[in-house]
Write a protein that binds this ligand. Structure first.
Ligand SMILES: C[C@@](CO)(OP(=O)(O)O)[C@H](O)COP(=O)(O)OP(=O)(O)OC[C@H]1O[C@@H](n2ccc(N)nc2=O)[C@H](O)[C@@H]1O
Ligand SMILES: Nc1ncnc2c1ncn2[C@@H]1O[C@H](COP(=O)(O)OP(=O)(O)O)[C@@H](O)[C@H]1O
Length: 280
């Protein structure tokens, strides 16, 4: 029998601000951050198998299939639910890896959401978020499905309504390992705790990881300087991508056009919800 594949989007996220407010006993950092989904996505295709096998048909260069977050997510749900079913996975990557755009985490979240529907395992969203957290601090928000203000290590989420905006996103061409940035002695770990309100976020945006990253990776600093000619850019997550928020697509396109000779990047619309929210 030929396998029937179903295609699902896995969008990227931006951290519109990020504060490090403390550290847990296990070394993980407590954050305050605003997550926004953007319409720039990977695609995950899934076909149900009745032999229980979970297989990634096109592994990413440098990431063994068994370590891929899509495979790990599928196995986690399989074990948790006890389903006898398996899945064939095809992955089309578009989101740059290690760019602070959450691509791997988003792929994993999409697999959890989609297989839960295809396998008819009926695991509640809340439980899927807990399973996702085992794979990475960024996974729960993609299952939550709405733009959010996050605390804890990123798993305590409050829905946020954000205005329509467009983003110029630049990839400075370097890969920044998240763990290296969080372990730096340059990192400020005691940003005063505050309750973030939407209106404050536009005025007081910053990313506490940015100073550490720019001191180690000059290319990130250079990309920020280029965008500073047009406004107040910021780094997303632990980098390396940087972005500028714009009020219109036209404005974002104009800025990107001036920089696209020098940088890989893209223009993306800010989403109001995850593309799978409400449909799965
Ligand atoms: C910084 C953020 C902000 O959204 O985004 P990215 O830059 O990765 O996209 C996230 O908190 C990243 O989440 P995620 O990419 O899932 O990280 P994980 O795999 O869980 O963690 C990688 C490593 O970073 C450190 N880490 C991560 C998160 C955190 N709150 N405190 C930490 O100290 C830990 O050493 C951990 O072993
Ligand atoms: N499906 C996947 N997509 C991307 N990266 C993955 C995937 N599975 C595992 N990884 C690993 O996770 C790392 C972080 O990837 P990613 O989530 O894209 O970046 P970031 O955490 O900076 O947002 C990659 O460098 C790669 O080694």
């Amino acid at each position: 029998m030929t396998a029937v594949f179903h295609a699902y989007p896995a969008p990227a996220k931006l951290n519109l601000m990020l504060k490090v407010v403390g550290r847990r006993a296990d070394g993980y950092h407590l954050l305050e951050t605003v997550f926004r989904f953007i319409d720039y996505s990977d695609t995950v295709e899934l076909a149900v198998r009745d032999d229980g096998v979970i297989e990634l048909l096109n592994p990413i260069d440098g990431v063994p299939a068994e370590r891929d977050l899509t495979v790990r997510a599928a196995r986690l749900l399989q074990q948790h639910s006890g389903t006898p079913l398996g899945a064939s996975i095809r992955l089309t990557k578009r989101i740059p890896m290690g760019g602070g755009l959450g691509g791997g985490s988003s792929d994993a979240a999409t697999v959890l959401l989609a297989l839960n529907a295809l396998w008819q395992t009926a695991v509640p969203r809340e439980t899927l978020m807990q399973l996702g957290l085992k794979l990475g601090a960024d996974v729960p928000v993609f299952i939550f499905g709405r733009n959010a203000f996050a605390t804890g290590i990123g798993e305590e989420l409050t829905e946020l309504e954000l205005p329509e905006k467009w983003y110029v996103v630049l990839h400075p061409g370097v890969h920044v390992p998240t763990a290296e940035i969080f372990s730096s002695e340059l990192l400020t770990r005691d940003s005063g705790i505050s309750i973030m309100r939407i209106l404050e976020t536009t005025q007081q945006r910053r990313n506490d990881l940015q100073r550490v990253v720019t001191s180690k990776y000059p290319a990130v600093n250079e990309a920020l300087s280029e965008l500073e000619k047009y406004g107040s850019p910021l780094m997303t997550g632990s980098g390396s991508c940087v972005f500028l928020e714009c009020d219109s697509e036209n404005e974002a396109d104009k800025v990107y056009k001036t920089l696209s000779q020098k940088y890989n990047g893209f223009v993306a619309r800010g989403l109001s919800v995850h593309p799978l929210f409400g449909s799965i």
